[in-house]
Design a protein around this ligand. Structure first.
Ligand code: HEC
Length: 97
């Protein structure tokens, strides 16, 4: 719990436009380096081209993307993200190895 609070505090300090900070909440499922198949379902997203990730995130937010039957879960993850947030996260993921 303390760690979670520390992460949330750090996220707030770094501001909403920091890709690494925004990605923190994604890491629980996708892995710190994007190396995991989230919940055993998603593709491994590390190093995905930024445009491809952005398109996926926008699709989830709009409720139109659902490749593994878990689109509703990702809709929740993207609901509070602005277009800029999603672009910044996508750029961050593109740099993960
Ligand atoms: C609770 C676990 C969980 C969290 C947290 C989560 N995801 Fe996902 N993510 C999934 C699952 C499950 C899928 C597969 C969804 C589907 O059926 O299309 C997925 C799919 C994706 C995909 C497309 C991969 C594919 O298989 O097509 C991207 C990109 C993605 N997530 C990025 C993110 C980002 C960025 C965040 C943080 C804002 C995030 N996810 C947070 C579980 C999660």
């Amino acid at each position: 719990m303390k760690t979670l609070i520390a992460i949330l505090g750090l996220t707030a300090m770094l501001g909403a436009a920091d890709g690494a900070a925004l990605y923190q909440k994604c890491a629980a499922c996708h892995g710190l380096k994007g190396e995991k198949a989230a919940l055993g379902k998603s593709e491994v997203i590390a190093g995905w081209n930024s445009a491809k990730t952005l398109e996926a995130l926008k699709g989830y937010k709009a409720g139109t993307r659902n490749t593994k039957g878990m689109g509703a879960l990702m809709k929740g993850q993207t609901a509070a993200l602005s277009d800029t947030d999603m672009k910044v996260i996508a750029d961050h993921i593109a740099g993960l190895k």
